[in-house]
Design a protein around this ligand. Structure first.
Ligand code: TXA
Ligand code: MG
Length: 329
């Protein structure tokens, strides 16, 4: 079991240290704009395999390859279609992952044996600097134990993976707060395989095409299981307009309930309360941090007030559906 050391993203010597550990085949959690990633040298199969052990993630769930520059895509993808170039031009570096035909020779440990490989260029300067120093690309799933809430701070990473990874690079709070949008470009038409900060409208505007409606939760993405992103505490979702009536029912005498409010003022029945935001991006930025915070209190149950069922809340609802064991929509 390694002792997990803490590195500081603002210190060049720590960036060097992180790159050195990765070069030696060790696991280092790194900040990205979406969530913290559990990084390993993508060119080292032994290092890639360690990722599955540390996260307790089933082998066969493929990993996203993180690139230091758009040009490195040709090491992993062949051919690179024009629509991929257009999306890269518009959204990289940033929270957009592209699923593309893999180049022969790309490791099955990375792709789970799929014909496609997922690639993205993150925007956090420290992680870009680490990759530049290393001169290689990184696989990086979210740095949480399998099925649990993704980490948006270095403390979250340590709470879940301390002793299982070699280092965490503290780069502050993640600015997006939920995982990247995944667009599958391997079929006849682009498909959003995982909704995120980059919305369907943004993709459509860039490509000049309309994507089929209702896409967004594609079970074809292997890690896209229904129960995911879950707090340890039992968690239910309740539609905003049903909160007043249902909260007392969901609060049996003697039980402590923690509520994550959408943006209504906290009600007095809750033992712990966190208020999020009426803005979907701001809500997404705060969501996992709120879930981690309330999950570490002594509450017996978590109630999440659900935002409206509108298109702009799609990415948030995708995560809430998986986080909650039950929803009263
Ligand atoms: O924002 C993000 O994407 C974060 C940060 C760290 O970059 N990473 C992340 O990785 O969310 P992970 O492993 O937690 O989720 C990646 C998703 C999984 O659902 C996986 O199945 C899918 O991407 N995926 C990766 N490679 C794939 C492939 N070759 N074929 C199909 N799905 C793939
Ligand atoms: Mg994940």
């Amino acid at each position: 079991m390694p002792t997990t050391i803490q590195l500081d993203a603002t210190q060049p010597t720590d960036v060097e240290k992180a790159a050195g550990l990765l070069r030696a085949g060790h696991l280092v959690a790194v900040p990205t704009e979406t969530v913290y990633g559990l990084a390993a040298d993508a060119s080292n199969d032994q290092a890639v395999r360690k990722v599955f052990g540390a996260k307790q993630r089933p082998v066969g769930h493929p990993l996203i390859v993180h690139l230091a520059s758009p040009g490195r895509i040709s090491l992993w993808v062949d051919p690179v279609p024009q629509n991929a170039m257009d999306l890269i031009q518009a959204f990289w570096p940033g929270p957009l992952t592209l699923l593309l035909p893999k180049k022969p020779g790309v490791s099955d440990f990375i792709t789970g044996g799929n014909p496609g490989v997922a690639v993205r260029m993150p925007s956090h300067p420290a992680t870009l600097a680490i990759m530049d120093t290393l001169g290689r690309d990184l696989v990086a799933p979210s740095a949480n134990p399998y099925g649990r809430i993704s980490p948006t701070t270095a403390e979250h990473v340590l709470a879940g993976l301390s002793g299982k990874i070699d280092a965490v690079v503290d780069g502050g709070d993640c600015s997006v707060g939920i995982e990247s949008t995944i667009v599958d470009l391997t079929g006849d038409t682009p498909v959003i395989a995982r909704p995120g900060h980059v919305a369907q409208n943004d993709i459509e505007a860039c490509l000049g095409t309309t994507l089929a409606p209702g896409q967004g939760v594609n079970q074809a993405v292997p890690g896209s299981v229904k129960r995911h992103y879950q707090p340890v505490t039992p968690t239910v979702g309740v539609a905003s307009e049903r909160m007043t009536r249902l909260l007392p029912e969901l609060t049996p005498t003697g039980e402590k309930v923690g509520v994550i409010w959408w943006h209504s003022p906290p009600g007095e029945r809750a033992y712990e309360s966190i208020m999020l935001s009426a803005d979907p991006h701001e809500y997404a930025r705060m969501l996992y941090t709120a879930m981690h915070a309330i999950d570490t209190t002594t509450v017996d149950r978590i109630v999440i007030e659900l935002p409206p069922r509108e298109k702009r809340w799609l990415a948030v609802h995708d995560r809430l559906t998986r986080a909650c064991t039950e929803q009263f929509a």
